[in-house]
Write a protein that binds this ligand. Sequence first.
Ligand code: CP
Length: 304
Amino acid sequence: MQFERKDILDMESLSAEEITFILDTADQLKEISRRPVKKVPTLRGKTVVLFFYEPSTRTRSSFEIASKRLSADSISISSSSSSMVKGETLIDTARNLEAMNPDVIVIRHPSAGAPHMLARLLKTSVINAGDGMHAHPTQALLDLMTVREKKGYIKGLRIAIIGDISHSRVARSDSIGFTKMGADVVLAGPLTMIPKGIESLGVTVAGNSDEAVKDADVIMMLRIQKERQKSFLYPSDREYSKVFGLNAERLKKAKKDVLIMHPGPINRGVEISSEVADGPYSIILDQVTNGVSVRMALLFILSA
Ligand code: CP
């Protein structure tokens, strides 16, 4: 197919056909990362700017590795090391970066909609690496890739997403992505962390975590995003872990071949026990591996 889109901003705007095209491209590019020399000249002469206003380990490093594996030049800018600390606006910063002719700008920003604003203003391709509580499309794409790789298909799978749904851009993007690809998504978490009207995304909300886990093909556990909560939304980590955490006992309710996922970073002993996170059903590190392939695919599709 011809991919006409300039930017990757959210899962809403991608069609099932476009998602399949991205996943197929990522599957093909994955082989490069297994070679003794993990580099191809495909994007030689292209420039990728990584513009991160929030902390990141996985997303930032995988975009950087993806750029290098395709021979693109990448530069990394954080808010504290940019002239934004001197009062320059996001728009002025982005316009100045564009004046240096990059091919792709990857942005993570605490404000929902910041990547969309840049995409409207700039001619350069923009990839959203996470905007506030809104969207994290590249995470959803790597999650879809990982489930499709492990199960062989996505349609009809029961995907349980459990935790701090309200503050999670991953929950939103995964819900939209998995639903669009034909999976049944069920959400669970404390009532204080389930946004009203979330069913409009095509998901169902379970009464408790046992109900969500029951017969699940995939369980995605989420961290409590304390940095985004304005007040305490649950009594204690210990209580949260007991009621909503995934441990070996609760896991018995899922299907025998269940896959355990987590976008990271993990808070061990809170939303997931170490026994489960490091256990035989966990594909958490496969998600990280596939993050490189998905980001290689997006850089290739947008800039080649
Ligand atoms: N999953 C994810 O976005 O991780 P980072 O915050 O480390 O990039």
